[in-house]
Design a protein around this ligand. Structure first.
Ligand SMILES: Nc1ncnc2c1ncn2[C@@H]1O[C@H](COP(=O)(O)OP(=O)(O)OP(=O)(O)O)[C@@H](O)[C@H]1O
Ligand SMILES: [Mg+2]
Length: 433
């Protein structure tokens, strides 16, 4: 009895939150009664279903657990098979053990944001399933074989890194998903490589909405204890509570740097060290680069190193001027001047050689999440084709891989791709005329 009531409540939450994202047309604009969009130029309209449907959630027993993928701060994630359809999914168990005040708001937000934001680059939640008690609630999501953090660790152990053309493909997809979130007035608040999933065909899916939340205009005070330290924007570190989606753009800048150099951009050991790392990389903020920054709560209490000059160029010696320009725009100190997702997608860096690689041309890697240890033989191992030499071993590992970070590889990355046209490049429709 109690069980069925719980199921109905969860089911109701899911269906109330369920929304459709439709292509924008004159008729949807006219009929939908003012969709709530941040950007007037957005390609999608967010429309609520008129009435919630009431149907019980399925039981978690509908799935056969295959293996544990990870245990994060908010829940355990399993790989599982739908007994009915055979479909492989990721089951994220929501952490509810010590809840005395009912269903936790963090879990509600996570479910709500994921159900609202349907997009090819945002992980798809299929259903909410329940176990025997309120402590056993799971989100069934599409299973995505890689997260970028684990994948980059695998790549590092094989002395390989993403090519610039691949970084572009990953970045443009990330920006596209984040643009939708910001259009829906959602801040993710925990963008980092372990929360970015990737399919075996090079498609990025933003995951882990455990810290995501809707924001409004005018902004309300929000907690500053968000975003994993290495990806945390300076305004958060300095105690700003009226922050904006620009904090996500800072995280995207950190991810961009990490993808290019194949190592975390600013791995701080604590909040003060994080700020000092930021200042060392970008030069200390000034009244010009960030007006009124000194009036932020922590700016008055902390002593910082005074760094007159940015060392971004030295850190990314092989990034083109346009690439560096985009990175600098994401890492702008002043949140009001930081580039938006929509602007970033239109940045000319994506249009210069090497062009973004077609996702179907991405090399495949063993999926740690699927329990695969060795990479199956892959004729399209990274780098080999660009060198015109097939120097992969049996496991598909490139034995002639270039050593060190992507930046150390030098201009050859650009030359091979643009000259040989191996990755003839693909362009997403940026919405340009
Ligand atoms: N849909 C999915 N398909 C495959 N793997 C997934 C999926 N969702 C999550 N994972 C894996 O589980 C890990 C943890 O998931 P998630 O980030 O959602 O949980 P979390 O508890 O919020 O973690 P953390 O606090 O560490 O960020 C991810 O880094 C990823 O490796
Ligand atoms: Mg996570």
């Amino acid at each position: 009895m109690v069980d069925s009531v719980i199921r109905k409540i969860i089911s109701c939450v899911s269906s109330v939150c369920q929304h459709e994202v439709l292509p924008i047309t004159q008729s949807t604009l006219a009929s939908s009664g003012r969709p709530k969009l941040r950007s007037q130029t957005s390609q999608v309209v967010h429309r609520s279903l008129p009435f919630p449907t009431l149907a019980p959630c399925r039981s978690v027993d509908s799935y056969e657990k295959l293996n544990r993928i990870a245990e994060g701060s908010y829940g355990v994630v399993y790989r599982a098979r739908d007994k009915l359809t055979g479909e492989i999914v990721a089951l994220k168990k929501l952490k509810l053990e010590n809840e005395k005040n009912g269903f936790p708001v963090t879990s509600l937000r996570e479910i709500q944001c994921l159900l609202m934001a349907k997009h090819p680059n945002i992980v798809n939640v299929k259903e909410i399933v329940v176990g025997e008690s309120l402590n056993n609630i799971f989100m069934a999501m599409e299973f995505v074989p890689h997260d970028l953090k684990t994948l980059m660790e695998t790549m590092r152990s094989r002395n390989t890194a993403f090519l610039i053309s691949e970084v572009k493909t990953l970045m443009i997809q990330l920006l596209s998903g984040v643009k939708l979130l910001h259009d829906l007035w959602i801040i993710h608040r925990d963008l980092k490589t372990s929360n970015l999933l990737m399919t075996n065909t090079g498609h990025v899916k933003i995951a882990d909405f455990g810290l995501a939340r809707s924001y409004g205009d005018p902004p309300v005070n929000l907690t500053q204890l968000v975003v994993t330290l290495w990806y945390r924007a300076p305004e958060l570190l300095l105690g700003e509570s009226n922050y904006t989606p620009a904090i996500d753009m800072w995280s995207i800048g950190c991810i961009f740097g990490e993808l290019v150099n194949n190592e975390a951009l600013m791995p701080g050991r604590g909040e003060i060290d994080q700020l000092n790392q930021i200042f060392r990389l970008l030069g200390s903020p000034t009244e010009d680069s960030w007006p009124n920054w000194t009036s932020l709560p922590n700016a008055r209490t902390i002593q910082f190193a005074n760094v007159p000059q940015s060392s971004l160029r030295q850190k990314f010696p092989y990034l083109t001027q346009l690439g560096l320009d985009l990175l600098s725009a994401m890492l702008a100190y002043d949140p009001g001047r930081r580039i938006t997702a929509e602007e970033a997608m239109r940045h000319p860096w994506f249009e210069e050689d090497p062009l973004p690689k077609d996702p179907s041309q991405f090399p495949t890697w063993p999926s740690v999440a699927s329990g695969e240890r060795r990479k199956p033989h892959s004729p399209t191992a990274p780098h080999a084709h660009q060198n015109g030499v097939d120097d992969t071993d049996d496991a598909g590992t490139n034995t002639n891989a270039l050593k060190g970070t992507a930046a150390e590889k030098g201009p050859s990355i650009f030359e091979f791709e643009s000259k040989e046209g191996f990755a003839s490049g693909f362009r997403l429709n940026f919405g340009k005329k």
